[in-house]
Design a protein around this ligand. Structure first.
Ligand SMILES: C[S@@+](CC[C@H](N)C(=O)[O-])C[C@H]1O[C@@H](n2cnc3c(N)ncnc32)[C@H](O)[C@@H]1O
Length: 350
């Protein structure tokens, strides 16, 4: 890279929150949509008239957006949307990431340095007064909640169909879903198989939400049980009796030491034939740089907002912890091409 180009990239980083908030504001105020609808382009006055945003407001936004290559203008001063702008407008993953960043992370990221120095999620105070974000999930504002759940579900939902086929290869009768959140996996697995029973473990706020969601579905509600469990409480237990222990996007909420302790908690009562499945988006198993970029950014959400000590892991790091806790990884399942997920299938070492 030429020095001049590198300097430009450095400037982009220095002003990146301005670009980010411009993208968010143009989405929210319908400015990007208005420009996109007019295929031959719009001048500033026309954009202002179409969106009810002041000419001043439109001008500062599109000038920043043009510099960031979200829009471009021609010699008549007409703006059109570029490919980058189009993806901001229409790409689901981009939008889920953007709203999660704005609603959940933005204010708290201000405290990233303090979080790193103190080893504590110092940005969480921007959302509420809890020890970790998970205690407060059910108390977030509606916009924050929507952004958090859209983000969480976007990354797990697209893998459930593949995951069900893998987990049911061994015809489990009883599944334990640890960190089941709103109950999506409980619902998916009990609908997939009419005989299987599922028990969900999570913190009280999430168990209440899941109970409500599942209680409304007659065909499955009698096959799902719930147990409030804080997996970080050294006195909490995971009972035996399951054929499958399922943890989807769960272990990334914990430090390496905590993951080992959780696996040991499971191992204490597990039967030798049972399987443990860990589904994660590992940073070293991604096809596209955009996915890796999203995942390493998500690590900083854990640092500054969620708990201060966890991250998105590489599959090799997770397998190292698994081995240390006395499990062997029998299969590493790579899901379909467009999936971000890997499932590690474990059993207790003989
Ligand atoms: C990122 S969500 C994953 C949800 C779901 N399994 C999925 O795949 O979408 C993590 C879940 O772990 C739960 N969790 C976090 N810390 C926990 C703890 N200490 N004990 C029990 N559950 C916890 C959260 O409440 C949340 O439901």
């Amino acid at each position: 890279m030429r020095a001049l180009d590198a300097l430009y990239e450095a400037h982009k980083i220095a002003f990146s929150p301005f670009v980010f908030e411009t993208a968010y504001t143009m989405l929210e105020l319908g400015v990007l949509e208005a420009i996109n609808e007019a295929k031959s382009g719009l001048i500033i006055e026309e954009i202002a008239a179409k969106t009810n945003v002041s000419e001043y407001g439109v001008r500062v936004l599109v000038e920043m957006a043009e510099s960031a290559e979200m829009v471009k203008s021609n010699e008549e001063g007409k703006y059109t949307v570029t490919k980058i702008g189009y993806f901001i407008l229409r790409d689901e993953m981009t939008k889920v990431n953007l709203y999660f960043t704005h609603e959940v992370c933005y204010n708290g990221l201000f405290y990233l340095k303090d979080s790193i120095v103190n080893g504590k999620a110092e940005g969480l105070k921007a959302l509420g007064n809890w020890k970790t974000i998970y205690e407060g999930l059910s108390q977030l504002t509606p916009d924050q909640k929507k952004a958090w759940f859209d983000f969480d579900h976007f990354y797990s939902d697209n893998s459930f169909d593949d995951a069900l086929k893998i987990i049911f290869q061994h015809q489990p009768k009883q599944i334990f879903d640890i960190g089941g959140n709103t109950g999506k996996w409980c619902i998916a697995s009990t609908k997939y198989n009419p005989d299987v029973r599922v028990k969900m473990f999570d913190l009280p706020g999430q168990i209440n939400v899941a109970k409500e969601n599942i209680g409304a579905i007659a065909e499955i509600k009698d096959r799902v049980e719930f147990q409030v469990t804080d997996m970080l409480d050294p006195n909490s237990e995971i009972p035996g009796g399951a054929d499958v222990y399922w943890m989807s996007q769960f272990l990334d909420c914990f430090s390496e030491q905590e993951i080992e302790a959780i696996l040991l908690k499971i191992k204490k009562n597990i039967s030798p034939e049972a399987r443990v499945y860990i589904m994660e988006t590992f940073i070293d198993n991604q096809r596209f740089p955009a996915a890796t970029h999203s995942l390493v950014a998500t690590s900083l959400y854990f640092t500054a907002l969620a708990n201060g000590n966890s991250k998105m892991y590489s599959s090799s790091a997770m397998k190292y912890i698994v081995d240390k806790a006395g499990f062997e990884c029998v299969t590493e399942h790579h899901l379909h091409e467009d999936s971000f997920h890997t499932i590690l299938e474990l059993r207790v070492k003989k």
